[in-house]
Design a protein around this ligand. Structure first.
Ligand code: NOJ
Length: 469
């Protein structure tokens, strides 16, 4: 029988033996609504998440992001954690309504000043900022005008992108337009667990998705026009869909699921056309797709961000008609949000994306695991061995794909610190750093230490050590 200490040593040895390509980027990710708090400080406008959390029964612990990690005031603490972890990059998002309180028009100087401080302090700490424009917090005024059901929201996103690029592009070179359109379009408009909380079925998901992708397509050149040396991409949440059995009905359901979650976005961005089988399946549910839309959406990008948490085992069923699928939960271990822990999903999705779409560069823009809330123990540690093993297991799969030539250039842990996990509130932390929400004290967890071990060795390699690949 191995003791906890033995199993930690074994895990740490595995972590230390991982080999990544030269100049591989290790970072951690967050999003504005999940960490910043200060929902109306210094002229910030209301977002759909500010509004959604006020509805009763939508957040399991009836909480909100009103305070969260208070990063609006404590961003220096966040940077200290990034530094202590030895990470080279920080993926964060701008709160659209801090920069443009009503979504369009005049910019809010105090909102700009906040991100100026954050960016300047990151650069001073030697940490590269990776900025996401849209991580789900649409300005409520734009929602009142139809939100992602309104084609004009695509133009609003492009104008906001240009404004942000003008303000920060001298220092921020890595830009992401959208984070996870599949989730914010479908969970926000089809099934209603996320803001704005519409239960409009597949039509909601499809209409919102087209306008969001259009916004992406318009934002890409808008960013480039302001920042000639910008590297611009989109972050998609992808899952390899495995049929639950060889039954043709299950195979067809997995194909539909893959079409809805993966190919709809990847084909549009990389091939300039939605997949034919899905166009036929959606039929009357589709919004007006104008002649120029496909080309706009396929604006060339510099990198693809992939958020990956699990695989999807799919059988025929009655979820979200006409997708008509049912998710199977194979025997195994599961995270606190019910995701199967299946490290191979990482390798499989990297191969899937590379073999079918050949992006110039791929970043794993999110990967991580939720647990039950944790405590700092008397010895000052948070012993989250499950999460530490999750990172080593998944990073092994990244290293394997990289060794086979998949151009995966970076990895971002989700998430830098425990924060507001949307409809789960504060009940399912994902952080590599524990946050005591009474005191706002940040404590790096064991998983953070193990992740740092991997990241630090790579930093040695980038500064010239021959020790690693
Ligand atoms: C994806 C989202 O981008 C992020 O906001 C969320 O917290 C994580 N997944 C975990 O659910």
């Amino acid at each position: 029988m191995t003791s906890n200490i033995d199993s930690r040593l074994i895990l740490e040895a595995r972590a230390a033996s991982l080999v990544f390509p030269h100049s591989f980027v290790f970072g951690a990710a967050t999003a504005a609504y999940q960490i910043e708090g200060a929902p109306d400080a210094d002229g910030k406008g209301e977002s759909i998440w500010d509004r959604f959390c006020k509805r009763s029964g939508v957040i399991v612990d009836s909480s909100s992001g009103d305070i969260a990690c208070d990063s609006y005031h404590r961003w220096k603490d966040d940077i200290s954690v990034l530094k202590a972890l030895g990470l080279g990059a920080y993926r964060f998002s701008f709160a659209w309504t801090r920069l443009l309180p009503t979504g369009r028009g005049a910019a809010n100087a105090k909102g700009i000043a906040f991100y100026d401080r954050l960016i300047d302090d990151l650069l001073e700490a030697g940490i590269e900022p990776y900025a996401t424009l849209y991580h789900w917090d649409l300005p409520q005024t734009l929602q009142d005008a139809g939100g992602w059901y309104n084609r004009d929201t695509a133009d609003a996103l492009a104008d906001y992108a240009a404004r942000a690029a003008r303000s920060f592009g001298d220092r921020v070179k890595r830009w992401t337009t959208l984070n996870e359109p599949w989730t914010f379009c479908w969970s926000g408009h089809a099934s209603g667990e996320d803001a704005p909380g519409f239960c409009d079925g597949a039509r909601g998901g499809v209409v919102a998705s087209h306008h969001a992708l259009l916004g992406h397509g318009k934002a890409v050149p808008a960013i480039r026009a302001e920042v000639t040396d910008a590297s611009v991409g989109i972050v998609l949440d992808l899952n390899v869909a495995e049929p639950a059995s060889g039954d043709p009905q299950d195979v067809a359901a997995a194909q539909r699921f893959d079409g809805a979650q993966n190919r709809w976005y990847l084909d549009a961005v990389f091939k300039g056309a939605y997949p034919q089988d899905m166009l036929e399946l959606y039929g009357d549910l589709l919004p007006a797709i104008h002649a120029e839309d496909n080309e706009l959406i396929a604006a060339p990008i510099d990198y693809l961000g992939v958020n990956i948490y699990r695989r999807s085992v799919i059988a025929a069923g009655d979820e979200l008609s006409p997708l008509n699928y049912r998710r199977i939960q194979p025997a195994g271990s599961y995270s606190a949000v019910g995701y199967e822990i299946w490290p191979r999903c990482m390798y499989d999705i990297l191969r899937y994306v590379n073999d079918r779409y050949a992006p110039k560069e791929i970043h794993i823009s999110e990967n991580g695991v939720a647990t039950q809330p944790e405590q700092v123990s008397a010895d000052g540690h948070v012993w989250d061995e499950l999460r530490a093993a999750y990172y080593v297991d998944h990073l092994e799969q990244v290293a394997k794909a990289a060794a086979e030539g998949v151009p995966v250039r970076g990895y971002f842990a989700w998430t830098l610190m425990d924060n507001f996990e949307w409809a789960y509130g504060y009940t399912t932390p994902f952080g590599i750093t524990h946050v005591d929400f009474n005191t706002q004290r940040r404590t790096i967890k064991y998983s953070g230490e193990v992740y740092a071990l991997i990241a630090r060795q790579e930093n040695m390699a980038t500064s010239g050590s021959a020790a690693r690949g």
